[in-house]
Structures are given as C-alpha cells and as structure tokens.
Design a protein around this ligand. Structure first.
Ligand SMILES: [Zn+2]
Length: 384
C-alpha cells in the first residue's frame, strides 16, 4: 500500500510539473501567482515545482510586474539558452542540416549536395558529421542537445523508421535511418516524412495554429501530404498515409515515374514543367508577362485544385496548406486552384474551406523537425 501511495504521489508531482511547463509555454512571461491561477494548483506546490524547474536551468526571471494593489511579482519564462535542437531535411539531391534554440529559431544551418547514386549509409555518415559541426558551432548558446528531428523525402515505415524512397530518382530502399542516428547521438530522435513534419511545424509555429483538421501539401518535384485529424497527425496503419502524389486524376494523362498514367503529381507539381525549366524560371517568366509560362503555372494550380477537391470531400479540413517549393508561385497557382475548388465543391463546403500558402514559407519541414523535440520538452503532446 505504502509503495502504491508514494508511486501515486510521484505521478501526481510529475503531472503537476507538466501542467506548469505547459502553462509557461502558453503564457510566458508569467508570475507565480498567474501560474497558480492558470493551473489551479496551490501556491506552495507552484513554488516548490518552479524552484525545481529553475534548478534544472529551464526557466529564468525576466523582470517584474506590478499588480493593481501595487505589489510587485517576478515574471518568469523559459530560458532560451536551455538547450539546442537538431534538424535534418533529406531531399532528393540536397540535405539541409540545422540547429535551433528551444523556440525553433535557427542558429546554424548548412546545405550539402550529394550524388544520388552514393551509398545511403555514406551520405548519412556525412550528415552526422555536419550535425556535430553545428552542435559545436552553437556551444556558446548551449551544449545540451535535447533531441533531433529528421524529415525524409520518401515513404517511411513506422514504428521502426525504415526509409523507402521507391518512387523517386533517389534509389534508397530499406535504409535504417532512425537506428543509425540513435546510435550516433543517443538523444531522443524522431524521423518522419517531410510532409508530416511540415504539417507539425505549421501547427505549432505557422498558419495552422488554430486548426485541428488540416492538410499540408508539400509540392515541388512531386506531391506529398501531411494530414492533421483532430489535432494529431494521421499516419495510417504502417505510416504510409499521405502518399497522395500517385493517385490518378487523369487515366489518359502523361506517364509518371511510378509507371502509371496521369498521377496527381505529374500534373499538379513542378514535374509538369519541361525538364530544363525550373519553378523559379517559370515564375520569373510569368512575372514578365510571358503567356506560355503563365499558362503552365495556371495549369498546375487547376490540377492541384482537382486533387484537393477530392481530399476535401474525404477529410473536410478547415484549411489546405500549399507548401514546399510551390510557395514562390503565388497568384499564378493559387488563383486557378481556388477557382477549380469553388466550382468543384458544394458551395457550403467551399465556404468553410481555406486554401493558403504555408505560413513558414519553404521552412515548414525544418521547423517541423525541431517541433518534435520542442513538443516533448514542453509537454505539448496532447496540445490541440
Ligand atoms: Zn505516379
């Protein structure tokens, strides 16, 4: 019995501490009295637990606030130098490695190009070296690495983080990416698809803060989706949900790299442009009034709208977020996309569906990597 009761007390204490940390995240800077009011915990409990959290170096005093009665109270908030987070975004030819503080502010960042036929484990070894370089470069902020988030441009089998880049030009198959980095760094580590991480980044730091049901579309040379259902990422039974680039929207359309005809991504992403034309080229030409490129970009928007209409019918999201490289295409893609949706959907469905570009621009994915670490640190797992 006694053992049970001390176990219960430890659990209650841990739970109260999580409550305070979360309240600090949502309300900083805040006084101890303010925290007692928000958490409904008594002042003695708040004082004890805050002292513990201060001793861990997690929060710091940031000045005073005067109450209406003229009494001054100390304000506290998280110490931004408490620790650092690692982030890695693996794309088809370039990998971004970055380090952030505990508010997802990027402190250090490096891109490196790699040959697509290089041995995947050799590439990962280089990523690990760069992470170490970044960690060392940020030692003036903190040398406490709190965790690492990784984005993959591929399918990812969960829960063992096995990476499959089968439809892309990158021939990585069955790469044990999670296992490799866990062995290398021995810190909490999350591997997820670039689209899932982007959705997470937008939920915590971008345009989706107030949404519980949203879809992030990562659109560049292909299309992937991160799906938020009731405030949580939807991954499906094995982690393969969101591989939507290969659903067919035109059975007589052009041949896709997966071998089928008329996949959504061959019609609704930068893959529809001639191979020698980049999205940047097309946007620049469109801005100069070149009708051929305006029409190409409009077509991408229209085809995006077709696919999004189907997703909206299935998932009824509050918002569909267009992210990744496509964010530079602006009105040339967004206007025809919205027109297509407006004509495809029931008016009362269209009226309550927003379509927006990513709030974090093309950084949703890297910010999403840090978000995994920050979520755990601030006990935000059930954050809605
Ligand atoms: Zn395909």
């Amino acid at each position: 019995m006694e053992k049970d009761s001390s176990l219960n007390q430890a659990l209650i204490k841990e739970n109260n501490k999580r409550k305070i940390i979360r309240a600090l995240w949502e309300n900083s800077p805040v006084s101890r009295t303010g925290l007692a009011h928000i958490t409904q915990l008594n002042k003695a409990t708040i004082t004890n637990l805050i002292n513990e959290i201060i001793a861990e170096g997690m929060v710091t005093n940031v000045g005073q606030q005067k109450s209406s009665a003229g009494r001054a109270s100390n304000l506290i908030m998280f110490n931004e130098n408490y620790g650092i987070c690692g982030g890695v975004v693996i794309r088809h030819s370039v990998i971004t490695v970055a380090i952030s503080n505990i508010f997802a502010k990027i402190l250090w960042e490096k891109d490196f190009l790699y040959p697509q036929d290089d041995d995947p484990m050799h590439v990962l070894q280089h990523v690990a070296e760069l992470l170490r370089e970044g960690i060392a470069a940020c030692s003036n902020v903190s040398s406490r690495l709190l965790g690492i988030g990784i984005s993959t441009a591929s399918l990812l089998r969960q829960p063992d983080d096995m990476m499959y880049a089968i439809h892309s030009s990158l021939k990585w198959y069955n790469v044990p990416i999670g296992e490799y980095f866990r062995q290398q760094f021995n810190v909490p580590l999350w591997v997820d698809t670039a689209s899932n991480n982007s959705m997470l980044g937008e939920k915590y730091f971008g345009i989706a803060k107030d949404f519980s049901n949203a879809i992030f579309l990562s659109i560049g040379l292909g299309i992937g989706a991160g799906i938020l259902v009731n405030g949580h990422l939807y991954r499906g039974a094995n982690g393969f949900a969101g591989d939507i680039g290969h659903f067919v929207i035109d059975p007589d359309g052009p041949v896709c790299r997966c071998g089928k005809r008329g996949c959504w991504e061959i019609l609704g992403s930068a893959l529809t442009l001639p191979p020698e034309v980049t999205l940047e080229d097309a946007v620049r030409e469109a801005e100069n009034g070149n009708a051929k490129y305006i029409s190409m970009l409009n077509n991408i928007g229209k085809n995006l709208g077709r696919g999004i209409a189907n997703l909206v019918r299935v998932l009824n999201p509050e918002c569909v977020i267009l992210g990744g490289d496509i964010v530079i295409a602006g009105k040339w893609v967004m206007n025809p996309c919205r027109i297509e949706l407006k004509t495809s959907l029931w008016p009362f469905v269209w009226d309550c569906t927003r379509v927006e570009f990513a709030g974090l621009g093309n950084q949703s994915s890297i910010i999403g990597c840090f978000t995994h670490v920050i979520k755990q640190l601030f006990c935000l797992d059930n954050y809605q």
